[in-house]
Design a protein around this ligand. Structure first.
Ligand code: MG
Length: 245
């Protein structure tokens, strides 16, 4: 009898675990290249001097891309999930800064390519670091970690879908003189702590889906709604004293 009760309790908890995973995709059928691909990245708290853009509790710092309407993304367990259009920070940034973003993509095994966990992090609303489920692929210029249409990541540092990942992005805004751009922006990106771009020049004024505008003006951090329920958490920005090198 005791054994039976134990069995029921075990089955009960398995059902609960199964349901929780099913909401974001169960990756138990996915063959991982290495065990850490299935382990969440360690969350990094904002350092001293950082501007907290999303603390998991409130969307107050974010608006829709019309600049006016309140963001409508869904708050879930300290994260926000894509819903109802791309969003951007009220605050605009220029100069040099480090941006920390944690994200995860749903498991969508029946979808392929750009339809699989697509979103994106746009610096100044103009330059996209792609968010996508590119796990195990040979990364192209539109895969996860790519500067969209500009540069493929040097290595594919993706974790499996449903697993929390991070970007640490060091961004130097374009250099302008008398209102004219004289040097392109530059970007260094660490994906899950691995350097995937090293001071790459972005020779365009906006990548696809960006808000564009004068590259000599400050811009927001924008997160893309590409129709997939991608989640974000713990987003902060640290202004840097260094200028474009
Ligand atoms: Mg995208």
């Amino acid at each position: 009898m005791q054994q039976q009760n134990w069995l029921i309790a075990t089955l009960g908890s398995l059902v609960v675990v199964g349901c929780a995973q099913a909401q974001y995709g169960d990756i138990s059928d996915l063959k991982l290249a290495k065990p850490e691909d299935g382990q969440h990245v360690k969350s990094v708290p904002p350092p001293k001097g950082a501007i907290v853009l999303f603390d998991g509790k409130s969307l107050d710092g974010w608006v829709k891309t019309n600049g006016k309407s309140a963001a409508t993304w869904k708050l879930i367990d300290g994260a926000m999930q894509v819903q109802g259009g791309s969003i951007m920070t009220r605050q605009r940034f220029d100069g040099s800064f480090k941006l920390h973003v944690e994200f995860r993509v749903p498991y969508m095994p029946d979808k392929k390519g750009q339809a699989r966990g697509n979103s994106g992090v746009y610096l100044q609303g103009r330059y996209e670091v792609q968010v996508l489920d590119s796990y195990g692929l040979k990364s192209q210029k539109n895969d996860c970690g790519a500067i969209y249409g500009v540069a493929a990541p040097k290595v594919n540092a993706c974790k499996a879908p449903t697993i929390w990942q991070s970007y640490d992005i060091i961004f130097h805004s374009p250099v302008c003189k008398d209102g004219k751009k004289i040097a392109h922006p530059r970007i260094t990106v660490f994906h899950n702590g691995i350097k995937i771009h090293d001071n790459v020049e972005i020779p365009v004024d906006t990548t696809r889906g960006g808000i564009g505008g004068d590259p000599c003006t400050p811009g927001p951090i924008m997160l893309q709604d590409h129709g997939n329920p991608v989640q974000y958490r713990n987003i902060w920005l640290l202004p840097l004293k260094t200028s474009l090198k």
